[in-house]
Design a protein around this ligand. Sequence first.
Ligand SMILES: [Fe+2]
Length: 444
Amino acid sequence: MKTPIPKDPETAFGTNSPAAHSPVPIRPEDDPIGAAELGLSSEEAAQFRTQGFVIKRGLIAREEFSPFLELFWSQPPILQAGAKQDDSTTWIAPGRFWPKENRWGLARNWMGDAAWPAASKHRHGAAIGERVGRLPHKLTQDISNDVWRWHGIGHDPDFVNATSAHPNVMYMAEALMGGPVKRPHRNRGIYAIFPRDPRGPVSALGPHMDANMAEMQVVTLLEDVEPGGGGFTFYPGSAQSLYHTSQQALNWVATPESKKIMDTIKKNTVPVEFTGKAGDVVFCHGWIVHSAGVHEGKRIRLAAIQDLNRSRTRGHMRWTAAGKQGGPRINCDMDGVFRFTTDGPDNAADGMREVTNQWIMDSNEFVADRRAPDEDMFADWNLGKHAVQGNVIDETPWWDRYKLPLLPTGDVARGGGGTPAIALENIATYAGDGCWHVNLHANL
Ligand SMILES: [Fe+2]
């Protein structure tokens, strides 16, 4: 199949039309039979097939999260805001205390040995102000709520064991996707949505689809979430509608039809908000349309955002190269090729150019199989057909195969870390004519 035009790995798939409907909370009494049991009832399997999600209640004991919640209250975004665990008045809109740029929890490893650059800093491999990519503590002040995406905890081995690689989660992954399941070594971390300033604008949805290779998107509640309390919000049946518009079955490749369908979903589908208790987990198809939840409550919404995949033969990573002397950012395609123009302001043969990837993902590589969508999108899913056998494969993570920094080292504290930019010439070879070919270290 023809190689698709590469997309920036940080872009989600969406359209400009607004969400027409407010979310409806989904409570335990709405679940099909079997929600409190390990495994899939036939009602749950049928719901996943048509709606693209299933919720398992109490899948993980809430006590397992205690060490991470304790760590949460000692992290820089909390300390900077003076927020206290026992005083909910200090949880409101902490973003006003956050620095414009933070470089907390980072090693001196940018392009080998430099500090991760601030926006105004001159750099050797990129234009001033080029984006740095994900930080271990990504802080945003959204329209209404302040959000801290703590990506740095997402590669903490104990946190992964208590969430994505928890035996009950692996069991459900195999019951849904079928084996072999890829044992996750990281997830996106803890996403904390803070109560909004009551004087500010009300909370609103931002529906999108993540446009990556994840086969399932999984959200685990680390604290209880009341209706209207910022619960993960998604559009039932949306993955089913989008699937057939993709050029490929396993790598999302949008077509003009995809945009039309996205608009229809936002117009016609009532989104649901995942509410419940700590330890409840929602498993969704990876291409489900979703949004951060509307948060008009008084608590901090704390959830682990995760991606799960089958163990599959993979291809190249989704690399992106920064513009340097005025040229645009260039993304690597599925063949592992960067194509720079030879008559632009950037020297195409310059290998001292910043290259990054979306390091928050557990599976950061294209699936090698580029087949077109199947007639039945669940043709090779299990969906309760076969008994779970513990068919989980512990692959070497991409950061070890590519010898990239990720885990905290030296004096970087637990909860920090992340993959810095490296030089293009360290991962790819110049083939002339503006083309750089990445040296493949896939799990072939
Ligand atoms: Fe998303």
